[in-house]
Design a protein around this ligand. Structure first.
Ligand SMILES: *[C@@H]1O[C@H](CO)[C@@H](O)[C@H](O)[C@H]1NC(C)=O
Ligand SMILES: *[C@@H]1O[C@H](CO)[C@@H](O)[C@H](O)[C@H]1NC(C)=O
Ligand SMILES: [Fe+2]
Length: 442
């Protein structure tokens, strides 16, 4: 029965593929692999997600983010006033260290958030598991592993999560990976003004986001601005997902863009904001220029940047939406020999060759769209035909990417499709550091 279904499905896919004239890359990948049927969307919202969502004293929605080279910010929410304290140590059940931070709340129309606690802990040793508990709560012990202080370093990159059955599948695949840090190029909860969905999203991602640093930038779904009623953009995002914009060598002054180093400075990560000013003369543009100027490529092997709306995109969805930002900032990234740019927004996967100014260029960054985390809007299945020569691989499937920076010259990028129940790599490419390419450093 299952086999008959699979054969029927395979035939259907072949017919569909020829009718839609899918690019050869998709056919080449799908032909040996019989894809399982789509899975049902699960309901992950709790019914009790009312105004005051978090229940009393118990910490929930815990997530962590790296601050500088040896500190970690712990963020969590409680319903009641509880101490903004994190107790931690390297042995389960023993917490010789503690740190206290601050607590904030926000209101959005009639919604009032729980108490959002924010504590920076450290200094911490690299590559070690720390056990911790929040708000002195004895019922929940959590743990995380600190990132290594040198290469190799393993990133997961995934965007446009939302909170569907597909999201759950993406998270399960990420959870099975051995990685040091997650990079998210925007569109987190798809709360879309309905604030309790931020809370359900916080609970959904907690098992992963409390165990590894999640470094995020924002997408259009984070704007949540309503003229006259809620005039400030990114209200929930800024309150719930505070990033280290005021730490490190080039503080930006805005939670919407920032940068940080990992692996002892071997990798520099730049988080940009697609929905805040980026034109020449703007705060973000000035900050980016200064941040790039500070990089010493003798020390920093790889530089990667994240945006939300892709600068290169051969999908019909969101065509051209990243063009203005690209026009404003591409030359800066090119001049600094940024190695890769990761984007979200388009709900599909696409990897480009090294490009600059719309053309293949050996000294330009590899551009990747990884907006296929699993949101409820579904996949972006229509591609511009024919596939541009600069587009190396494109496919509309949910999944996530991994960037393993192996050493000072080599990083392995892989894309993992959710439909593969086994850990099958659906696309992969070596990215070599532009700092180690003499032709790009004359
Ligand atoms: C919370 O724990 C910290 C560290 O163990 C302690 O100093 C503090 O007094 C506790 N606060 C409360 C309100 O119990
Ligand atoms: C870096 O890693 C690549 C890929 O594994 C390998 O081919 C190369 O020899 C390594 N370089 C050094 C200096 O170890
Ligand atoms: Fe988006």
């Amino acid at each position: 029965m299952a086999t008959a279904n699979n054969v029927a499905l395979a035939l259907l896919l072949l017919v569909a593929a020829s009718v839609l004239s899918l690019p050869p890359a998709s056919l080449a990948v799908t032909s040996p692999y019989v894809r399982p049927k789509p899975r049902a969307t699960l309901s992950l919202l709790k019914d009790d997600d009312d105004d005051d969502d978090a229940d009393g004293q118990t910490p929930e929605q815990v997530h962590i983010s790296a601050v500088g080279s040896d500190k970690m910010r712990v963020t969590w929410i409680t319903g009641d006033d509880t101490p903004a304290t994190v107790e931690y140590g390297t042995t389960s059940g023993q917490y010789p260290f503690s740190a206290t931070g601050s607590t904030d709340t926000y209101s959005y129309i009639l919604y009032h958030s729980g108490k959002i606690h924010d504590v920076v802990i450290g200094p911490l040793e690299p590559s070690i598991t720390y056990y911790y508990r929040c708000s002195n709560d004895t019922s929940r012990e959590l743990s995380f592993r600190t990132p290594p202080a040198s290469l190799p370093f393993k990133f997961v990159v995934a965007g446009d999560f939302g909170q569907t059955g597909w999201t759950e599948s993406t998270l399960r695949h990420i959870g099975a990976a051995d990685y040091d840090m997650l990079l998210l190029p925007g569109d987190l909860s798809y709360a879309d003004l309905y604030q309790p969905r931020w809370d359900s999203y916080g609970r959904l991602v907690e098992p992963l986001a409390s165990a590894r640093p999640w470094m995020v930038t924002q997408g259009n779904h984070e704007i949540e601005k309503i003229p006259l009623v809620e005039p400030h953009s990114f209200k929930a995002y800024n309150a719930r997902w505070r990033m280290p914009y005021d730490a490190g060598a080039s503080p930006s002054g805005s939670n919407l863009y920032y940068s940080f180093d990992v692996a002892g400075g071997a990798v520099h990560v730049i988080m940009l904001g697609s929905y805040t000013d980026y034109a020449a003369g703007s705060g973000q543009h000035r900050w980016l220029r200064g941040d790039l100027a500070r990089i010493d490529r003798r020390r920093t092997a790889f530089v990667v940047a994240l945006v939300h709306a892709p600068w290169y995109n051969s999908n019909e969805a969101h065509q051209g939406e990243g063009d203005a930002m690209r026009a404003a900032m591409e030359a800066l990234l090119y001049g600094a020999r940024v190695d890769a740019v990761f984007a979200g927004h388009v709900h599909a996967y696409e990897r480009f060759a090294r490009v600059y100014g719309g053309k293949e260029d050996p000294c330009g960054p590899v551009h990747v769209t990884i907006g296929d985390g699993g949101n409820r809007e579904g996949l972006a299945e229509k591609y511009i035909d024919p596939q541009p020569a600069t587009s190396a691989f494109r496919e509309a499937s949910f999944g996530h990417g991994r960037l393993e920076v192996v050493n000072a010259t080599h990083a392995l990028w892989t894309w993992h499709r959710n439909d593969d129940d086994e850990a099958v790599v659906a696309d992969q490419a070596w990215i070599t550091s532009l700092a180690s390419n003499p032709a790009c450093n004359k």
